[in-house]
Design a protein around this ligand. Structure first.
Ligand code: AMP
Length: 411
């Protein structure tokens, strides 16, 4: 955070009033660096991940520029287009525009797959100021003639590296080809693989480049601990940890959708309110789960990486990696769900014998070894692992010693 105020960045009174209602007192570094230049109409390449305040960094200048008296959008046309890779992120970005622009009277719509298209077609029919969309559904609607993109004046591509991972880059390029040449373009990405750099070069004109909070710095605010544990004891360990009420709002990560379901069911059976969120759930079920988590009806949200991307819930006290991710960058994204907007947080990782390599990759990336937790006597019982969980796990002790020997050799 900085000492400048939002109005000193050039934002108008109705926007500053909306930000005050959100309890945003000062701009974050990315907001401070980008907002004045975006208000001038510059293109931008933003190297930033969620948690830096990047959504407001692009939303506020767009709102201000669209808020000026100008022509209403024509039928089926949009004046600003924001593309994001996941449905959750699209919904969250839409909510941010609604909150920051609440005094401006602009129309916004979200377009995403997994739900019927009727409502979306209706919302577009009379034209829309701000359109937030996933690429697949937008392309569908554009090809059917329900939306036209040749009036777009502001274009944002969010999480471009994730777009690439999820195989959306071709769709994104098709959409970019439908936009007018005269426009303002912004591209955000946490990392800059070759294909994203090429897309940025094709899409942006003399962009300003803003790079904030390198990943290593972000994770520095998070206490990171690892338990060496047998696969079969992970459920018991999770339930044991959750006996501590300071784990008030917890996101548990698994690698697969079926594991997410299983963990959530086992928590429910142990009397711990939990929901799972992943790509096989309907859009409505995912939104319901997020909402229950947000308001505290569910204490635990069990998620896969893609579903969790961009989840923006304040006050997540702990992140638990029930299974370590095979891509170390995902670890950084996962633990970044806690320690949002300048707060600190705690991340626990459960590492079994098959996951040692993943742990090494993570420590290489973050340049920081995880603190090894002492093994626990697991008295909690996960219904399906009762026999394992009732005895202290001798292998935990053995693994910890092996690991520490490995570390001191490495040092
Ligand atoms: P983002 O990086 O856009 O996902 O934002 C991360 C979180 O920071 C969200 O919960 C925002 O509501 C919050 N946020 C963004 N900008 C500010 C600010 N200037 N002051 C306080 N919170 C903010």
């Amino acid at each position: 955070m900085t000492n400048l105020s939002f109005s000193e960045l050039g934002l108008s009174e109705p926007i500053c009033r909306a930000l005050a209602a959100e309890n945003y007192t000062h701009p974050t570094p990315i907001q401070m660096q980008s907002i004045p230049l975006l208000l001038e109409g510059r293109d931008l390449l933003g190297i930033a991940q969620t948690g830096t305040g990047k959504t407001a960094a692009f939303a506020l200048p767009i709102l201000q520029r669209l808020g000026k008296p100008q022509q209403r959008p024509e039928p089926r046309a949009a004046h600003a287009l924001i593309l994001a890779p996941t449905r959750e992120l699209v919904v969250q970005i839409g909510e941010s525009f609604a909150a920051y622009g609440r005094h401006l009277g602009l129309k916004h719509a979200v377009i995403l797959g997994g739900v019927g298209q009727g409502q979306q077609v209706k919302a577009l029919a009379r034209g829309i100021d701000i359109l937030v969309a996933t690429p697949g559904r937008l392309l569908d609607l554009a090809e059917q003639g329900h939306v036209r993109l040749n009036d777009v004046k502001h274009f944002v591509l969010d999480e471009a590296d994730r777009m690439l991972d999820m195989g959306f880059i071709r769709d994104v390029r098709k959409i970019v080809a439908m936009l007018p040449k005269q426009r303002q373009s912004l591209l955000f990405s946490a990392t800059m693989p070759k294909d994203v750099a090429r897309l940025a070069a094709d899409m942006l004109r003399e962009p300003i480049r803003v790079e904030v909070t390198p990943q290593v710095v972000t994770v520095d605010r998070i206490e990171q601990r690892v338990f060496f544990v047998d696969t079969a004891s992970k459920h018991a360990l999770l339930i044991d940890l959750l006996k501590d009420p300071s784990l008030a709002r917890v996101i548990v990560f698994t690698r697969t959708k079926s594991h997410a379901n299983r963990v959530s069911e086992q928590l429910e059976r142990a009397g711990i309110s939990a929901d799972a969120i992943h790509g096989n759930k309907s859009q409505n079920a995912r939104q319901r789960a997020l909402e229950r988590f947000r308001v505290g009806e569910a204490r635990v949200l069990v998620a896969t990486d893609i579903a969790a991307r961009g989840i923006d819930v304040d006050g997540v006290s702990h992140v638990i990696n029930f299974e370590l991710p095979n891509e170390p960058e995902s670890y950084v994204h996962r633990i970044g769900r806690t320690a949002r907007a300048g707060k600190s947080g705690i991340a626990f990782s459960f590492c079994d014998a098959t996951e040692r390599g993943f742990l090494r990759d993570i420590e290489r990336l973050t340049k920081r070894p995880l603190l090894v937790e002492a093994p626990r006597t697991l008295t909690a019982t996960a219904p399906s692992t009762k026999s394992d969980s009732q005895k202290p796990d001798a292998s935990l002790v053995r693994r910890k010693r092996q690991w520490q020997r490995g570390k001191s050799r490495a040092a």
